[in-house]
Design a protein around this ligand. Sequence first.
Ligand SMILES: Nc1ncnc2c1ncn2[C@@H]1O[C@H](COP(=O)(O)OS(=O)(=O)O)[C@@H](OP(=O)(O)O)[C@H]1O
Length: 392
Amino acid sequence: MERQDALTLAALPLLGIWLLVARILSMLTPLLAPWLSYLLAQRLYYATPFAVYALRSGGGAKAILTRLVVRRYLTLPLRPHLPHFYIVGFPKCGTTSMCTYLKQHPCIDGLDGLPYHEILEKWVGRVSGSGAVGTLGGGESHFYVGALGRSSTTSTSAYRSFFPTIVASTLARVRHGNWLCFDACPVHACLPHVPARMKAMTPNAKLVFMMRDPLAAVISGELMLRDLGMPLQWSTLGEHDLAGDSLAETEEDSAYWAAVEKLPLDEPLPADLMQRFYSTTDPRPALRAAKYADCLDRFLRAFPKENMMFVDFADFVAQPEATVRSVLKFVGADAALPAYAFKPMPPGMQGKPRGRTMHPAVKQRLRQYYRSSNLALQQMLGRSLSWFGEDV
Ligand SMILES: Nc1ncnc2c1ncn2[C@@H]1O[C@H](COP(=O)(O)OS(=O)(=O)O)[C@@H](OP(=O)(O)O)[C@H]1O
């Protein structure tokens, strides 16, 4: 047993009392500090603009946010960990399922104390009627996209506050000999400022990228935003919706995203970044997010390729257990640990397209749109992915 683990075990009763007091105090704070609830709701809205639709009908959601955040900060000295690995992307490629599967392993923890996304998921579960309420536990911090503020995306202590305490890590190490924690946020893969920040925060982290046929990912994302109530003015469902518009990037767009990529680490994120990313009027940010090769290229400039794993969504769906075990091996968790058992996911995990499909004309257009990016991806990975098809 390491010396630090032995010390933590000896101090366990005191640490337990500290955690309990923090929990009680945090339950009182929403009453004492309504402005904090307001501030947090604003920040969450910045990071995930669709959150406003969840918060509108979320009842006590703001109070829950405050309570969780206050508890995390009261116990910050007990939270020394940053993620050992990330599920970095891509949107609608099975990151939530993968996250839930990985957390079945006794040596792996996700976030602690700030399941922002759980609140959204409960709401999504109610809206979609997927019956998934309480079963998902996505645990996305949205840290690098500004969930704790546009200026906080390089603050180590702010980020540490998301992850479990030394009590949890010590107990896992003593019982199972190993402990790892991770963050998951599919949009991290798509935003150009993220690789440099992630590298500065966690230079040795491992990164898992999940990828799916871009067309399937794009329509899945559109349907999620529609079901949340976002007033999207573009659609892939009707013949004329995307067929006529130019999908080429404007000069202004290119300049904007290039500037975001070069943003110095000590500069706050632009005020309109996430509104632009989740645009209700312009389909291009959503389409660009599935140009996997461009996004991966930025990560490959920041991290060594051997620290990255690329998972084909189709393999994950066809063989979830084998895929999860290979990810466990990659991140350094023992998949053969006697205390670990793979449990298949409840059916509520899967979305409900409810008969809505992409219009064939739009499909054809998007196949063309993604062709060069898929070719570049094939070269980058040195292998084919199941959905490349004959023309890639
Ligand atoms: N095990 C399994 N089998 C089949 N399909 C699965 C599975 N896990 C996740 N999914 C599908 O993945 C889509 C959700 O992806 P994400 O969790 O990455 O979404 S998010 O970006 O975090 O919002 C969503 O896709 P759509 O159903 O097409 O919307 C889920 O149904």
